[in-house]
Design a binder for this molecule. Sequence first.
Ligand SMILES: [Zn+2]
Length: 341
Amino acid sequence: MTSFHSDALEALRVGPGAKRPRRLRRTQSLRDLVRETTLEPSDFVYPLFVVAGEDTRRPIESMPGIHQLSVDRLEGEARELATLGVKAVLLFGIPGAKDPHGLESFADDGVVQQAIRALKDAAPDLVVVTDVCLCEYTDHGHCGLVDDAGEVLNDETLDVLRRIAVSHGEAGADIVAPSGMMDGMVGAIRGALDEEGLQRVAILSYAVKYASAFYGPFREAAEGAPAFGDRRSQQIDPGNAREALREAALDVEEGADGLLVKPALGYLDVVRSVRERFPELPLAAYNVSGEYAMVKAAAANGWLDERAVVFEALTGIRRAGADLVVTYHAKDAAAWLQSGR
Ligand SMILES: [Zn+2]
C-alpha cells in the first residue's frame, strides 16, 4: 500500500518551475491582497418601505429584520445608515388609501414625497432613489392603469409615471427608478423631468425585470400584490436572455443613466451580459426579497452561516458585473464589514 501511494504521488508530482496557484492562497493576507472583487458599504442600496401614519415600525413577517416605517421614523434610519457607510436608499411608499388610478402616487403630500423631504432634511448627503410605479398605489395592484378587461394600458400609464417622477424630483429625489417595465417609460420620464427643470434628476431604469416568483415576500412588504392576473405581460420571461439586452438597449437609447437587473442571484448570466454590452453605464442588481427570505429562514434554522452566505452572495453579484447591489442585507453586511468580518 505504502509503495503504491508513493509511486502514485511521484508520478503526480509537479516538477521544478511548475505553476502553483495555491501559493497566493496560502495566508489570509495573501488572499486579501489578490482578491479581485471586494465589498464596501457604499456598494449597497437599502430599500425602505414607508407607510402612512405616525410612530410606526411594523415588522414584515416574511422578511425578518425589515420593517415598514412611518415618515417620522426615517430620521433615525438615515442616521444609522450614515454611521454604517451605506450611502443610498430606495424608497417604496405604501399609501393610506388606494384607488384605481393610484392618485396618491404623485400627490405633493404623498407618503414617498414626505419621506424624500424627511430624509433630505435629516441626511442631505444620503442618495435618495425612488421607486416609480403604480402597483403600491392602485387598488387592483397592477403597475399601470387597467381597462375594463383588466389589461394594463401602456401609453396611458406613461402619463402617470411622468407625474410621479416629477413629484419625486420636486421633493428632492436624486434618482428615480421606474420599475413597471412599461414600453417607453424612460423616455417619457426623461422628457417630463427636463420640461419641469429637473435635469439634475437621474434615471435608474429597471430595464431588465423578470416575472419572478422570488418577489413573494416583497408583496407583503409593499402591499402591492395584483388583485387579479399577474405581471407577465410586462415582465420578462425567465427563459429569455437576449430579450434582456433588447430591453436594456431601448432604455439606454431613451436616456437611462443607469440600468438595473432584477432579481440578481438566478440571473447572474444576465447581469454579466448587460455589463459587457453597456460598459459605460452603472449597473445595479436587485437581490430580491425571496433571496433574502431564503437566507434568513435557513440561518434561523441553523442550516447556513448567515454572514458567510450573505458575503458570498453579494460578492457573486458584484463579480458578475454589478456596481451596486440593492439588498435587504445592506445594514447587516455593512456592520460586518465595519467590524472586520
Ligand atoms: Zn409595479
